[in-house]
Write a protein that binds this ligand. Structure first.
Ligand SMILES: NC(=O)CC[C@H](N)C(=O)O
Length: 308
């Protein structure tokens, strides 16, 4: 059944959710993110049959932060055999904050999944081993997937994260002590922070992630981005680990594979149908966009879409 979407309907959902603005908190542990205006709300949808919808602040770029963890995993899936990846990082939800060190010590330096910081750092370490210019390569991938050639890193955000990198550095060094980190720690941290500092808007994100709704195919590219099985696997990881320790709550309320970032963005996938990107910078206590999740909750209800 084709979804009945139009821009007015999206505007109406944003209007219903707008009263929540002011109730969350913009991420301030990265100083360069603390200055973002919290009063923003946007949504964009791109369907597999070529339709575009948008409302609110859908064309204003923001720091995609942990949404980039999906892109780095996809880049690694294109470089490595399955076994090579999954012997170094797990596939299970952590139930812990995204930057926790707790399980890493107990579980011998193998992160629970690629969407917590530890897991993404291992993935970035793997990319550093195989790619001659990992930062340039990521820009090429994102520009190719989005079809937008001026997508770039926000150097100030990347620098700010590097200057406040104690916790991520601790995670990387702990993994190194277990033999699960092969390259120079500061070099890989820099790559990771740059990926997090990609600046994109909702329209660009919905376009970029459409391949996950389309069994690995981006409509404008002749080669598949990943196989249909890999697209299914990435969606499964998003459903179980994409929203940190509130993955269960999110499955309950929204019921779609999704990945959030502390910049306030969330990308959600309706398999076989559409990619959705929402943005609102104020976060709830688990680090997910407060209003963004509320928009997705109303939208999934309205469309009657859930994977469960
Ligand atoms: N959840 C996030 O978006 C966290 C990403 C952020 N760059 C960090 O490493 O802390």
């Amino acid at each position: 059944m084709a979804a009945n979407i139009n821009n007015q309907m999206l505007e109406a959902i944003l209007a219903q959710v707008r009263p929540l603005l002011g109730q969350g908190k913009v991420a301030d542990y990265i100083p360069a993110l603390a200055s973002v205006n919290g009063n923003k709300l946007g949504i964009a949808i791109r369907t597999v049959d070529g339709q575009h919808f948008q409302a609110g602040d859908a064309t204003e770029r923001f720091s995609i932060q942990s949404i980039s963890k999906v892109l780095s995993l996809v880049a690694a899936m294109r470089q490595y055999d399955e076994d090579e990846i999954w012997q170094r990082v797990g596939k299970d939800p952590s139930g812990q904050p995204f930057n926790s060190l707790l399980q890493l010590e107990i579980e011998q330096g193998k992160p629970r999944n690629p969407f917590i910081n530890a897991g993404a750092l291992v993935v970035c370490d793997m990319l550093q081993s195989r790619l001659s210019a990992p930062r340039q390569r990521m820009l090429e991938i994102v520009r190719q997937l989005s079809g937008v050639s001026d997508i770039a890193y926000d150097a100030a955000v990347a620098r700010s994260e590097f200057e406040h990198s104690a916790r991520n550095a601790a995670i990387a060094w702990l993994m190194k002590s277990f033999g699960n980190f092969h390259n120079d720690v500061p070099t890989v941290l820099q790559n990771y922070f740059h990926y997090c500092a990609l600046k994109m808007n909702c329209v660009e994100l919905a376009d970029t992630f459409l391949f996950l709704a389309a069994q690995g195919y981006a409509p404008h590219l002749s080669e598949p981005v990943v196989t249909s099985m890999q697209a299914r696997q990435v969606n499964a990881l998003m459903a179980t680990s994409g929203m940190y320790q509130s993955a269960g709550e999110f499955a309950w309320r929204v019921g779609l594979p999704a990945k959030s970032g502390v910049g306030g963005g969330v990308v959600a996938i309706v398999p076989h149908e559409m990619a959705i990107a929402v943005w609102s910078p104020e976060l709830d206590e688990t680090g997910n966009s407060l209003a963004g999740v509320a928009v997705l909750e109303r939208l999934s209800l309205k469309l009657g879409r859930s994977v469960y």
